[in-house]
Structure formats: C-alpha cells, structure tokens
Design a protein around this ligand. Structure first.
Ligand SMILES: C[S@@+](CC[C@H](N)C(=O)[O-])C[C@H]1O[C@@H](n2cnc3c(N)ncnc32)[C@H](O)[C@@H]1O
Length: 325
C-alpha cells in the first residue's frame, strides 16, 4: 500500500498561484517590469529545469549531489533521523540520498515537501513512497510562507531542508523574511540543511546559465508561456530573448527577458494589456552566489547557529548544517 502513505495538507489553498493575479499586474506596471520567479516552475518549467540540471555546464545539481553522497552519513550522525520539511522540494532527487540513510535505521520518516508546482509534488510523492517503505509523505502544495504556517506541531526536532541554492533565488529582504518565518515556525533544536552556491570564477557561472543545449534559456522563456496558459495571454516567444549576467562585485547573477520589438501583450483573463519597447529588459530570476562566511552571518542573525559546513573547492558549492537556537 503506497497511496495510504501520501496525504495533502494545505490543499484548502487549492492552486498555490490562484491569488497571484494582482501581483502579476503590479509587477508589469513597475519599472523595470518583473515576472515573479514563481512562474518558472509549472510542469513544463520543471521538466526544462530538470534537463538543464543534466547538462555538463550546470554544475549545481551535480556538485550538491556529490556533497550529499559524501556527507549524508555525517549528517545522520549529527542529527539522527528526524522528520524532514523540505522547501522547494521539486522532484526531490537529492532528498533520496538522505532518505537512503534512514533505510534500515528508522522505522518511519514523515516527510513534508513544500512546492508551488503541485503536479511535480504529487508525482515525486508517489515515486518516493514506492522506493522507501518507511516513508509517509505530507504534501504541502503552497508557497513557502503559506506552507510553513500550515505545518503541524512536532514533538521532537525536525530537519528543514532547502537545497538547490533556492535561498539565493530571492531578494535579500525576502531571504531575511523567509528565514525569520522558518525560525518562528521551527523550534529550538530543529536542524536546517542548506545547499548554497558560492562566489566563484564568473566564467563557470556564465556557462551554467547559458548551457549549449539551451535548456536554461528555454526554462526562463517558459515563464511567458506559463503566463499565456494561466491568464489567456498572447506572448509570442520569438519576440523575446533570454539574457543572463553575473555581477561579480555584487555576487549576483540576474536573468532577464529582453523584448526584441515594440509590442503589446494581452492577458485576457486579467483584462490587462502591457506594452514593451524594443530592447526593454524584464527582471525574471536572481541567483545570489554567497560568500560562505556572510551566509553564516545571515543565518546567525535569523537565529540559526552553524554546526558544520562542507564546501566543494573546484566549483565552490556548499552544504551548510545549522541548528535553531
Ligand atoms: C531551483 S528548484 C530546486 C528544486 C530541488 N530542490 C533541487 O534542488 O533540485 C526550486 C523549487 O522551488 C519551488 N519554489 C520556488 N519558489 C517557491 C515558493 N515561493 N514557494 C514554494 N515553492 C517554490 C519550485 O517550484 C521548484 O520546484
């Protein structure tokens, strides 16, 4: 019996982006215009992201997996086998590495994956319970904020997991806000396992976000298609192109979408029209490349103490284990 081990929490919110329409309009009326990164990951966006992760240039998934494979035993030795709450779980490919440590050692593991992409969440829950007979999955198909406030109380410590350098996909104020929320919804003794990309040779970063197979660019441009599907829009893909730029001083990579012509686009179900001029850039995604000490300080200020960190020296990617103070 696998289905009996999957349940859906926070379902009352239905479609996690159902209430986002006012933000879409607000983001297209500001200057520069912006598309929230929430629109990267519909089913198609996740498929393209997964293919990007498999390219030789995109080191993030590969190196984080290596670190987890190497140190899952250390993590289990430090934390034991607590329930897992995973933010932005996606396909949970790397979660399996940690869950393999639980096999034969824990009778039961409660896993709370959080993701706005409901389809991927449901599919990965089905796959995980079929592989791990001790696993009970409690899906939270919602934004991080909504999901954290829907988490049931827990008698002992939990392991919060935030992989894929997803923390770096938020603006600094949003990062502080989310960490504050995690602190408030967590309890002393909870663990936080964070995967974060670090500052490095800009050429490595440029290659990762401009893979020769073009999956990164297609995954970003899919945001326009996602808007088309969701709001009955008429974005024409060929009228836009992908741009990625790393600012090594700010340690920040910005992905933008450039309008190639003067054009107007309608989102019919919102009764909204937006105009773009040729060469106009829309902000789409941000990827911070952290300094490891600075990251420790950000977390320390939010109420988490560093227990251990493991840094891969060639591509400079880090796994950081914190404890809630
Ligand atoms: C960069 S992917 C990482 C996926 C996976 N953890 C990994 O490391 O490969 C980010 C994931 O977070 C989800 N996500 C992004 N922003 C979110 C938000 N505000 N609330 C909930 N999920 C979010 C996306 O749907 C996507 O699955």
């Amino acid at each position: 019996m696998t289905e009996g081990r999957i349940r859906y929490l926070a379902r009352s919110t239905g479609d996690p982006l159902a209430e986002d329409a006012p933000n879409v309009i607000r983001n297209f009326t500001r200057s520069p215009k912006r598309i929230s990164s929430l629109y990267v990951y519909d089913k198609r966006g996740t498929e393209l992201f997964e293919r990007q992760c498999g390219t030789p240039e995109y080191y993030l998934r590969r190196v984080e997996s290596q670190l987890l494979n190497r140190h899952a035993g250390d993590i289990a030795a430090l934390c034991g086998f607590p329930p897992i709450v995973e933010l932005g779980a996606g396909t949970a490919e790397k979660t399996r590495i940690l869950l393999a440590e639980y096999a034969g050692r824990a009778l039961r593991c409660d896993y709370f994956p959080i993701d706005v992409d409901m389809e991927t969440l449901a599919e990965s829950a089905r796959k995980l319970v079929s592989v791990f007979p001790f696993l009970f999955v409690h899906c939270l198909g919602a934004t991080y904020e909504k999901a954290l406030s829907a988490l049931p109380p827990c008698a002992g410590p939990r392991m919060f997991m935030f992989l894929g350098s997803s923390l770096g996909n938020m603006e600094r104020l949003e990062i502080d806000g989310l960490l504050r929320q995690m602190f408030e919804h967590g309890a002393p003794g909870d663990y936080l396992l964070l995967g974060a990309d670090l500052d490095k040779d800009p050429a490595i970063i440029d290659r990762a976000y401009n893979d020769s197979a073009g999956f990164g660019p297609r995954s970003t441009l899919n945001m326009l298609d996602h808007l088309n599907r969701r709001y009955v829009g008429n974005f024409v893909m060929d009228n836009f192109r992908y741009r990625s730029h790393y600012d090594s001083l700010a340690k920040r990579n910005d992905v933008r979408i450039e309008s190639l012509v003067d054009q107007s686009v309608t989102l019919a179900s919102l009764g909204f029209e937006v105009s773009f001029s040729a060469a106009e850039l829309l902000d789409a995604e941000v990827m911070w490349k952290f300094d490891p000490d600075e990251l420790g300080e950000i977390l320390e200020r939010a109420g988490f103490s560093l227990m251990r960190r493991w840094i891969e020296p060639v591509y400079r990617y880090g796994l950081f284990l914190f404890i809630h103070k």
